[in-house]
Each structure stands twice: as C-alpha cells, then as structure tokens.
Ligand binder design. Structure first.
Ligand code: HQG
Length: 186
C-alpha cells in the first residue's frame, strides 16, 4: 500500500463516516452513497483529480482493514460513523466473547459508566484479541483489553450489530458484562 492509498483511504473514511456534506453526498440510512457522487466530490481536490471507481476498488483490496464496501454502483463505510443521522446496522447474535482495546487512562470512567460510543454512533468491539490490541494501541502504547461477555449481554437483551467480520457494534455495554484482562496476558 502506497502513501497515497493510505491518504485516499483516510479521506474516504472522513467523507463516509464524518462529513458527507463536505462532498455533497446523499447518504441513505444504511450509509450508502453513489460511487460516482463520492468520486465527483473527491475529484474537486487537485490530488484526487484522476481518481476512478477502480482506484477505490484498489484501495479496498490493498487495505488490511475491511472499512468500505462497494456494490451496485454504491459505496459505504462498514463502521465508524459520527454523523448526526443514525446509520442503521444489521442486528445479529454476537460471538459469545468479544474484546475491546482501550487506554489505561479510560478504565476508571469505563468502570463507572460502561463502554459508551463517545464520538461515534456505536461502541466498537473486536472479534479477536489481536484486533482489540491494534485498536487499543491507537490510544495507548500499553493498551488494556476488555473482555465482553457478549453471550450474557445478548441473552439479557443488549443489541449487537455487525460491522464487518472483525468489528462488532453495540449501543453501549454496561460494566457488568466487562472483565479487564490482566496485563500479564496482554
Ligand atoms: C473509550 C478504528 C471513557 C473507548 C478502530 C475508546 C476501530 C470511554 C474511545 C474503530 C468510555 C473512543 C473504533 C467511557 C468508551 N469513558 N472512555 N465510559 N467508553 N471509551 O476511536 O473503539 O482504523 O471513537 O474505549 O480500529 O477506539 O478508523 O473508538 O478508546 O475499529 O477503520 O473511548 O475505529 O478503525 O475512541 O475505535 P474511538 P475505538 P479505523
């Protein structure tokens, strides 16, 4: 992946998750926009003047994380949204255990308030510990891993939604379903 791939991926994330209006995108409730509309918006910037649908496909193919989906002339972000309009996600039974990587400095607040979406529409949970570690490292060099008893939460009526196959979403997760993995295991 070249530097400009990363930059384009970040700009697409920004457009589809945080600021569709800056690119004049009409987004539907599931987060889809017309690929041509996104391309038109991007092409207004000199560095993306020659971007095409194939370029977007290339960025998606080369990216380690599955952030975007393209289908039937449309594109959307799988997760991460912060826009005021709520993006509806598919409700699904989660795996029995999910993980969340976070910073040590957030622990106390998470202990008292549970996991909250903060700047985004949903709490983001990881399918495996490795993914959670990567997510946590964005906030703290020595992140802590929270283990979520998703089975019990789901049985108690907590809703979970599918992001991509590694990222699960929830509205919030109360602390009764959370255990902090000891640092020896991290
Ligand atoms: C924390 C990236 C204090 C939470 C990643 C997290 C992910 C609380 C931070 C995706 C709290 C929010 C999302 C509470 C939660 N008190 N802190 N009660 N509840 N927090 O970036 O989950 O590369 O919005 O633990 O890989 O880190 O962009 O969420 O540390 O999949 O594709 O508040 O974004 O993907 O931080 O990351 P974020 P996240 P991309």
């Amino acid at each position: 992946m070249m530097k400009w791939h990363v930059e384009l991926s970040k700009e697409i994330s920004y457009a589809l998750r945080h600021a569709p209006w800056e690119y004049e995108l009409e987004m539907d409730e599931a987060g889809w926009v017309l690929t041509e509309q996104l391309l038109d918006g991007l092409r207004r910037k000199p560095q993306w003047r020659t971007v095409s649908a194939d370029t977007l496909r290339e960025v998606i193919r080369l990216s380690e994380k599955k952030r975007f989906e393209m289908k039937d002339g449309k594109i959307r972000a799988f997760y991460g949204h912060s826009i005021p309009m709520r993006i509806s996600k598919e409700e699904k039974r989660p795996p029995d255990v999910l993980y969340h990587g976070t910073a040590r400095r957030f622990l106390e607040s998470i202990r008292s308030g549970g996991l909250l979406p903060r700047g985004r529409q949903y709490v983001h949970l990881s399918q495996d510990v490795e993914t959670a570690e990567c997510v946590g490292k964005r906030h703290d060099g020595k992140p802590c891993i929270l283990v979520i008893d998703a089975k019990r939460a789901w049985q108690d009526g907590v809703k979970f939604y599918l992001g991509n196959e590694k990222v699960w979403l929830a509205d919030s997760v109360s602390y009764q379903y959370i255990r902090v993995q000891t640092s020896a295991q991290v």
